[in-house]
Design a protein around this ligand. Structure first.
Ligand code: PMP
Length: 361
């Protein structure tokens, strides 16, 4: 009853145990301040030092160049589906989108409210089990930006290359794989990510913006969605999600202790390989994604029999492996194995799957 389980939820997801323990220890009296971080004025000295350190750690870990700034914005990744076009589409009125899955498609649909959206590539023909190749991307020079989703959380596919756009600004949803590996931020006009998978409890998105793209928002853009307003106010135009930012700070310190993003990249590749190697040899379970497009964050698989899938998810939950049921759009199973999932969790899951396989041949 009191034991922590392995939580394979797609988001919100596991947080590192040492982070939760530190937050608990600091909950009622943050480092002698006499109050919880939850109770601090966002303008107070104590809070500003948390805020600035978190920003600095974020920039250092992801090697964010001076041309770019990070913004903390509420509304999750979904609000960015609107914020990106509101801020960027105005230059030409047109944008190109790759439809590589559910969230990529939702982003494109939302953008249609603000300008002309063209689908530059799609993997819909094969249920989004693969990632379009560079040669398949039709990006026009008059696009204000090209948008793609780096990791398709529901389908379990991940882009293995950064699209070349011929100078068109690159916009990317990295909600489900940010901070899992180093990224060349200089290639991007804007990156955004909801924090609740790899970084922090839910409550905001982090936006990494090439500053030269700010200041061109559509006239009716709400103030709180204007990248320029957020830049000018250092993400404090109004009260920011203070506690989520504090938790992000603790997670970033933990990431440092794992060897930063180079360390994380090694860990996540090994962790995912354990599961994929097993799936490749299993007579019962089959991976859903095309092998060259497989995500190291969301592993989708199925038995081919819906009843057996349901039985598996139920028995796994009872054994302490929670949230393995796949998304309703795709069915089957999905193991989300973000940064905070210990490798041991995947090793034990595979043991459980082997046993299930033996009993259900
Ligand atoms: N994009 C991706 C890739 C996601 O996985 C999700 C959430 N699962 C979203 C966007 C939506 O995020 P939010 O709930 O933060 O709006």
């Amino acid at each position: 009853f009191n034991e922590r389980i392995y939580n394979f939820s797609a988001g919100p997801s596991m947080l590192p145990l040492p982070v939760l323990e530190q937050a608990a220890a600091e909950m009622t009296n943050y480092r002698g301040s006499g109050m919880s971080v939850m109770e601090m004025s966002h303008r107070s000295k104590a809070y500003l030092s948390i805020f600035e350190e978190t920003k600095a750690d974020f920039k250092r870990l992801l090697a964010v160049p001076d041309t770019h700034e990070i913004l903390f914005m509420q509304g999750g990744a979904t609000l960015q589906f609107a914020a990106v076009p509101m801020n960027l589409i105005g230059t030409t009125g047109k944008a190109d989108y790759a439809n590589s899955g559910n969230f990529a498609n939702l982003a494109a649909k939302e953008a249609k409210k603000y300008g002309e959206v063209r689908i530059a590539a799609s993997s819909e023909d094969k249920n989004h089990t693969y990632i379009p190749a560079q040669s398949a991307l039709k990006i026009s020079p008059d696009a204000a930006y090209f948008h793609y989703c780096a990791n398709n959380t529901i389908e379990g596919t991940e882009w293995k290359y950064i699209p070349a756009t011929g100078g068109v600004p690159l916009a990317c949803d990295m909600s489900s794989n940010i901070m899992s590996k180093p990224v060349d931020v200089s290639k991007y006009g804007v990156i955004y990510a909801g924090v609740q998978k790899n970084m922090a409890p839910a409550g905001m998105a982090v936006v990494i913006l090439d500053k030269k793209l700010a200041g061109k928002e559509l006239a009716y853009t709400p103030k709180l969605m204007s990248y320029q307003v957020l830049l000018d106010s250092d993400s404090m135009h109004n009260t920011p999600p203070c506690y989520t930012i504090y938790m992000l700070g603790l997670v970033l310190k933990w990431l440092d202790r794992q060897g930063g993003l180079a360390g994380m990249e090694k860990i996540k590749a090994e962790r995912a390989k354990i599961l994929y190697d097993y799936l490749d040899g299993s007579p019962l379970f089959k991976g859903c994604a095309s092998p060259e497009a497989r995500s190291d964050m969301n592993v989708t698989f199925r038995t081919g029999n819906e009843e057996l899938d349901a039985k598996f998810a139920k028995e796994a939950a009872a054994a302490g492996f929670e949230n393995l049921k796949g998304h309703r759009n795709v069915g089957g199973m999905r193991a989300s194995i973000y940064n905070a999932m210990p490798t041991e969790g995947v090793v034990k899951l595979v043991e459980f799957m082997k046993n299930f396989e033996l009993k259900n041949k």
